[in-house]
Write a new protein. Structure first.
Length: 256
């Protein structure tokens, strides 16, 4: 377990906002305004230091906008910016991971069969890790075009921050907050999302490849939209996650 100290962090976990241009007036009045007022009062009690958003920032791939990129741009303006203002927090203390509604599956129609065939072999986990290692860079994204709009948004979000490393799968951030060296691993559990949640694929190297980076931190957080036990390719990771992370935040489930 990473070491902790007597310094304290106040962490706000938000998930499944499902921002959309449909019924925007109702969203503003019934969701956004009361939420921001609630958070404002909580922040008066004690300053919120870190915000974790675990996916489904927008709704159904485009949020009803002309494009997924436009949806994320409006989400940033209509939700992130007011949240930053209300809490008076540095935007670089907000961390995001993608959910199934943050991907546009239409962008992969031409390559879907290729990647399905690659993952149908007996060495499934080996092929998953191979795909992740090959496609972490921007030049090789055949079969994961669905992730491009979210990743463009994420790259712009942390632009020029040398303490944030963004890939088309996992992203890793390190921050110093209240004299606590904080590591945040944001994994992409939505890159192969389907209507059937039993077929979710993560890729074990999204987590394991980051272990050397997090060893010297005081506190480590992992963000994922889907719970690890929802990922069909993961069967031995729970103990390792418990050992290496102080806090894991998930989304997707809309009930307690």
């Amino acid at each position: 377990m990473p070491r902790t100290n007597d310094k304290k962090l106040r962490i706000l976990h938000i998930s499944d906002i499902h921002y959309s241009n449909k019924n925007m007036d109702a969203f503003e009045r019934m969701v956004k305004a009361p939420f921001l007022e609630f958070i404002k009062e909580k922040n008066k009690e004690k300053q919120i230091d870190v915000i974790c958003l675990t996916g489904d920032l927008i709704n159904q791939g485009t949020g009803g906008f002309a494009s997924t990129d436009e949806a994320f741009s409006n989400f940033d303006k209509d939700f992130i910016s007011p949240l930053v203002d209300v809490i008076d927090i540095d935007k670089q203390s907000i961390f995001i991971c993608p959910g199934n509604h943050d991907v546009n599956r239409e962008l992969d129609k031409d390559d879907e069969n290729k990647i399905k065939q690659q993952l149908s072999t007996n060495k499934k986990n080996t092929e998953i890790n191979k795909i992740i290692n090959e496609k972490r860079t921007i030049e090789k994204h055949v079969g994961i075009n669905r992730m491009l709009p979210f990743k463009r948004y994420e790259e712009a979000f942390y632009k020029d921050n040398d303490d944030s490393t963004i890939s088309y799968f996992d992203s890793y951030h390190v921050r110093s907050v209240n004299n606590v060296k904080l590591g945040i691993l944001c994994v992409n559990s939505a890159w192969r999302c389907f209507d059937d949640d039993s077929k979710i694929i993560l890729g074990i190297n999204q987590i394991q490849d980051n272990y050397p980076k997090i060893r010297d931190n005081d506190f480590n957080i992992m963000l994922s939209h889907y719970k690890i036990d929802k990922c069909s390719d993961i069967d031995t990771m729970t103990e390792n996650i418990i050992t290496n992370f102080n806090l894991c935040c998930f989304g997707h489930t809309h009930s307690s």
